[in-house]
Design a protein around this ligand. Structure first.
Ligand code: GLU
Length: 443
């Protein structure tokens, strides 16, 4: 197989959300797995709704997720290519002008429905002669342009959905060029996919309905037809469509909340497959296992709780080198390894750094016992075995054990009810601060 060329084609009319990032991710993983190219294509032909700030946000989100691109293109830079392809289709009789107003089309649609017939465009425009057409144009009507479908069954082997077929005889000829001369996405997408030699179109299931007509456009423009992989939609835990809130859950929101980017990619790569969702600390294991044959046809369940949980698990397994650049300089490897298992978000690490470095105001539950514990602190150097040796000694002298022994020590040493293993924290706190805290001094 020659290396694949794939593209992720968001419209810069809003922020990326989990649904479209799943398409981005699968494109990216597929390109990486087979040594291909990943193109970021900005579908910005809708001049009114496309914004440079959304383009910047999309690039920022993809970069944050680790999904860099090999080539970036903007549809608004490629209008001359669309004009040429339009002229090709007009010359071959596959694109024809239509002068109906929306009201006329709506009227005909209703009439067909009332007669119990499918509301398919009747190609009346194809029957107009030049005189009739000139007359309409003299009235000031500007044509829109429809693609003349070949009334045949179109088949493709979808890499996710399996064998697909659609009978184009039962479809309306799609409009590709609006009356103002602007192009519809379904057309510009095909022109770009041809020009960039896209081998696989990997996108959401909401585009399945365009695929039959698009295959005919590829053929009409003389190009090869790429392979298609349509990813099932995401649904919530109850199996319903994603709620408005979840459905619009943007990557920016998730980042704001401290979600780990690697948790987002780990979850989205496995969603809808039978493979277990496991935390990862790099994208490599996801690359090695990406496979459309493993993506089920049923809708994939997305849960915010599962993502939050996976995000925490991702931190718990994260090696120091993988996070070092994102941590403040005071957090060294020993501290990271001591606290990572207790983190919900990376920012919590700073909290524990402050607990270790102090000053904190200790909480004293039982001052005489704590003073005795201070007296018995061993001399340094300390390591992870220090805590056990010290507290075992205290069992004999104080008669305490279990929670009665450990809880007051933790409270005095950290001013917190719970937290990372004390065996790991104690050597980081050090003898001077530990002694002061046990004696009730802020340190
Ligand atoms: N701009 C389209 C979208 O955002 C791209 C669809 C496709 O990948 O073909 O849905």
């Amino acid at each position: 197989m020659p290396p694949p060329v794939v593209r992720f084609a968001p419209s810069p009319t809003g922020l990326l959300h989990v649904g479209n990032v799943r398409a981005a991710l699968l494109n990216w993983l597929y390109a990486r797995r087979y040594g291909g190219k990943f193109i970021l294509r900005l579908d910005d032909t809708d001049r009114q709704r496309s914004r440079p700030e959304f383009e910047a946000a999309i690039e920022g989100d993809l970069t944050w997720l680790g999904l860099g691109w090999d080539i970036k293109e903007r549809q608004s830079d490629r209008l001359a290519h669309y004009d040429r392809a339009r002229d090709t289709l007009v010359a071959s009789g596959r694109l024809y002008p239509c002068h109906e107003t929306p009201e006329e089309l709506e009227f005909r649609r209703r009439r067909l429905l009332a007669q119990g017939r499918p509301p398919v465009y009747d190609r009346a425009a194809l029957k107009l002669d030049d005189t009739a057409r000139r007359k309409l144009e003299a009235e000031g009507r500007k044509p829109h342009w429809r693609f003349k479908l070949d009334p045949q069954e179109v088949r493709w082997d979808d890499l996710v959905r399996g064998a697909q077929h659609v009978d184009e005889a039962s479809q309306s000829d799609p409009v590709l060029v609006r009356a103002d001369g602007s192009y519809l996405y379904s057309f510009t997408s095909v022109v770009d996919d041809l020009d960039f030699a896209i081998t696989h179109v990997i996108r959401g299931e909401d585009h399945v309905t365009n695929t039959g007509a698009q295959i005919q456009m590829f053929q009409a423009l003389g190009g090869p037809v790429p392979a298609f992989a349509h990813l099932p939609l995401l649904v919530d835990a109850a199996g319903g469509g994603l709620s408005k809130r979840t459905g619009s859950l943007s990557i920016a929101d998730l980042r704001e909340r401290g979600t780990e980017p690697m948790a987002i990619t780990a979850l989205l790569a496995r969603l809808g497959t039978a493979d277990p969702v496991e935390p990862v600390t790099s994208l490599e294991p996801l690359i090695d296992t990406v496979d459309f044959a493993r993506v089920g046809r049923a809708a994939a369940r997305f849960s915010e709780e599962e993502l939050a949980h996976l995000s925490a698990r991702t931190l718990h397994a994260m090696p120091y080198d993988a996070v070092r650049a994102r941590l403040s300089a005071e957090i060294n490897e020993a501290l990271w390894l001591a606290v990572r298992g207790n983190l919900t978000t990376l920012d919590d690490a700073m909290l524990w750094q402050q607990v270790v470095a102090g000053p904190i105001v200790p909480v004293l539950e039982d001052a005489p016992f704590l003073a005795e514990a201070a007296d018995k602190l061993p001399v340094e150097p300390w390591d992870e075995a220090t805590w056990k040796g010290w507290t075992s000694g205290l069992v004999g002298s104080s008669g305490r054990k279990g929670r009665a022994l450990f809880h007051p020590l933790r409270l005095a040493l950290t001013a917190r009810e719970t937290g990372p293993e004390m065996a790991k924290l104690l050597p980081l706190i050090g003898r001077a601060k530990a002694e002061a805290r046990l004696r009730g001094q802020a340190a």
